[in-house]
Design a protein around this ligand. Structure first.
Ligand code: NAD
Ligand code: MG
Length: 380
């Protein structure tokens, strides 16, 4: 039995990870962690019997402990609890399916404990890639991408010479507002932004997909995961989401991974790599797809992507400021406090006001995060 810990088990990636576990029947879940959904956690505990469960909020953790007092499970809370869930059991793989920069510390702790990471939490790599990637090498642990594009690149690179990579071709659906002008985007409501044309995901990443900030974060994620420069990552809009990403090699060959938009494939691939297992679900039918089309991304109407390139090229604490400003701006948009276009205005403003610190430590990353939050609170 393979053993895994799932951080963020009640979310979109977390629940799909548990669906894979349920279908495969040879994975043991030793630890779970989530923010506050204790009803869902109780169901998961009763089905998967983890040894340890973390609930971020202390009061909710106390409530959950009472709800499952008939079972031999340890309930913990807060950051110490999250780290305990990541390291205390003998899980070989930690699935990081938490949303946001809060994933940094538990991911580092898990790696230090020698665990492989099935990485969905892209914010960790964006802000701390310069710490995560060398640490993986030092500890001999694998970073297995769960993000569908990065899984596609990882699959396309299988057996290839990494030094012969010329370009990463990162595909994007373009989101629900592809083709819209800034004037039209002014009127966007939360309900419109939460409708992704092809993928069903958590709320924050769905908003990020609509602003193209998600693609920007993914460019930085690819830069760290595959050791290429920001400029070697080219975004290609492919609205049907059939091609999940591609790699172009020095000899001009392009290798791609294609599939239906189902996150269970990249999740399962990460959990069983390099083995491929049967996965139930729809298969691509090229006769009914008919055509796959390509476009250049619209960086003028969607500045989220150009700001991400700028942040990634600048490096140091700038990607943290990009990410933190976006996290806060999206939360405010979802709370109906700001308009849609203000999201990228906030990112731009926070980046302009920031003095970059090179090669930041985790504490310095968290300081840059706090300063981006301060900027936003003081200006908006
Ligand atoms: P989600 O909002 O559906 O789920 C987030 C999970 O994190 C929930 O279980 C929540 O309880 C947990 N969480 C939040 N704050 C927490 C805290 N303080 N302590 C412990 N747990 C906490 O999000 P999602 O869509 O599943 O995305 C998770 C991550 O995966 C994000 O980084 C996202 O960018 C990435 N990702 C998601 C998808 C997707 O299809 N959903 C695809 C690629 C990458
Ligand atoms: Mg993705």
């Amino acid at each position: 039995m393979k053993k895994i810990a799932v951080l963020g088990s009640t979310g979109s990636i977390g629940t799909q990870t548990l669906e894979v576990v349920r279908a495969q029947k040879d994975i043991e879940v030793t630890a779970l962690a989530a923010g506050s959904n204790i009803t869902r956690l109780e169901e998961q505990i009763r089905e998967f019997h983890p040894e340890i469960v973390c609930v971020w909020e202390e009061e909710k953790a106390k409530e959950l402990a009472l709800m499952v007092s008939d079972l031999p499970v340890k309930v913990v809370c807060g950051m110490d609890g999250l780290i305990a869930a990541a390291v205390e059991t003998d899980a070989e793989i930690v699935v990081t399916a938490i949303v946001g920069m809060i994933g940094i510390r538990p991911t580092i702790a898990a790696m230090e404990a020698g665990k492989d990471i099935a990485l969905a939490n892209k914010e960790t790599l964006v802000t701390a890639g310069h710490i995560i990637m060398p640490l993986a090498k030092e500890k001999g642990v694998k970073i297995l991408p769960v993000d569908s594009e990065h899984s596609a690149i990882f699959q396309s690179l299988n057996g290839e010479d990494k030094k012969a990579v010329h370009k990463i071709l990162l595909t994007a659906s373009g989101g629900p507002f592809r083709g819209k002008t800034r004037e039209e985007l002014k009127k966007v409501r939360i309900e419109d932004a939460l409708k992704h044309p092809n993928w069903s995901m958590g709320r924050k990443i769905t908003i990020d997909s609509s602003t193209m900030v998600n693609k920007g974060l993914e460019v930085m994620e690819a830069h760290w995961l595959f050791d290429v420069s920001m400029d070697q990552v080219q975004v290609v809009v492919q609205p049907q989401s059939v091609i999940h990403s591609m790699v172009q090699f020095d000899d001009g060959a392009v290798i791609a991974q294609l599939g239906t938009p189902d996150m269970k494939l990249p999740i399962q691939y990460a959990l069983y790599y390099p083995e491929r297992r049967f996965l139930a679900g729809d298969r691509l039918d090229f006769w009914s797809i008919g055509q796959i089309t390509f476009e250049k991304p619209d960086m003028d109407n969607f500045p989220g992507l150009s700001l991400a390139y700028e942040a990634g090229r600048t490096g140091g604490t700038m990607p943290t400021v990009f990410n933190a400003a976006n996290e806060r701006a999206v939360a405010k948009f979802l709370n109906r406090e700001i308009s849609y276009l203000t999201i990228t205005d906030m990112i731009e403003g926070a980046m302009k006001g920031h003095t970059v610190k090179e090669n930041p430590s985790v504490d310095e990353i968290l300081e840059a995060e706090a300063s981006a939050y301060d900027y936003i609170e003081s200006r908006w």
